[in-house]
Design a protein around this ligand. Sequence first.
Ligand code: BG6
Length: 460
Amino acid sequence: MKYQFNDNFLWGAASSGPQSEGTFPGDGKAETEWDYWFKQVPEQFFDGVGPSVTSDFYHKYKEYVKLMKEIGMNSYRTSIQWSRIFKDREGTVNEEGVTFYQAVIDELLSQGIEPVLCLHHFDMPMYWMEKGGFENRETAEGFAAFAAKCFELFGGKVKRWITFNEPIVIAEGGYIYKRHYPAVCDAKKAALVGYHIQLASSMAVREFRKSGREGSIGIVLNLTPTYCKEPDNEEDRRSAEIADLLFNKSFLEPSIRGEYPEKLVELLKEEGICPEAAEEDLEIIGSNTVDFLGVNYYHPRRVTRRSTPYEGPLMPEKYFEEYTFEGQKMNFSRGWEIYEPAIYEIAVNLRDHYGNIPWYISENGMGVQDEEQFLDQDGIVEDDYRIEFIRDHLIWLNKAIGEGCNCFGYHLWAPFDCWSWRNAYKNRYGMIRVDIKNGGALSIKKSGRWFKQVTENYGF
Ligand code: BG6
């Protein structure tokens, strides 16, 4: 059976500025929440490894781009670090940062790789965090100013922009589950932060349109299709509906339709955590919807009604429990269930309920611990499991496209092994190996060679 994709399909991979570049003294970059947090609690980061070196893309970008070309990528998403462009809240431009991103963009274009640039990938500068980060509406305005500057600086060459990566993770990670800074558990703050991020995203879209630059602008959402254990049980269905409202629709609906789902607003009001929304803000959200969507898909969410009363702080778990699905197939990547058909269901949902908006898979990937064990005699990582993972997801994507779904590309997370927040270098995701322990030497894994063939044949 042959799985064919069209000639304009984006074949690529994604990383982000803070996870790949490294932070070096003297390059003019301001401190982010991650730089700051690592200094406070280094022991909370896997192996005590922080954001200072990461993959050293800052110095080695030419080498990386060359290898990206070798594995057949025609597009690459990364993020511009706000803290590298603006030195402070007033927007003093860091020329070294501008020069760096211009050089990266030029290098990518010279190799025939389209840069897809994201403006926020979990990396809040401390100068805004000190003001409350996205708890404060002013930060949304600051973000819009940063976005406008990026369109002015790079908009001539970059044609595809993204406002935020996984905004729900910023709200839940920092304000509910304590996985990101400021690591508090406060559902009211989480809701407010989520609301201001949406506002910031819509303001950035407005700036893009005002700039008159050619191209399109979207948002990247991590969509987790939600399945309940007993579809015949009303409480189970309600649990799944709530999980879907909180984790998927809270950004999907305002970003694409320009409004919040009534049911979500009712739920937040019932809990007394619904942010006060000014008419002016709702107007900005309503009239600045995105041109396209990036979908990060890793795993589905399986929920059932709570079997015991919830007594903790106000959290999504008040409404449901997550359970382990014991179906026909039970594979995991870094503890996440691998379930490829969900990619098809996401596609059909976007086709049938969101006006068939153009979208692409902006992240999908397999995190593997202790990948060194798969090195062959020549020092090449034999990652057949990753090849199988990508292929199985592409098969479902291909089926969806064949049925009229408007998907224009597939990006793996990630082109090369990179630093991953609190998990640091625990899970390896790349098609290019970074030998962290030996000075960061780079080599293409088996999956990279395979990916090249797929891109050359526009399928497999
Ligand atoms: C995605 C994020 O959700 O997951 C990335 O956008 C992140 O930034 C990736 O690195 C993998 O996460 P982890 O913790 O398994 O390395």
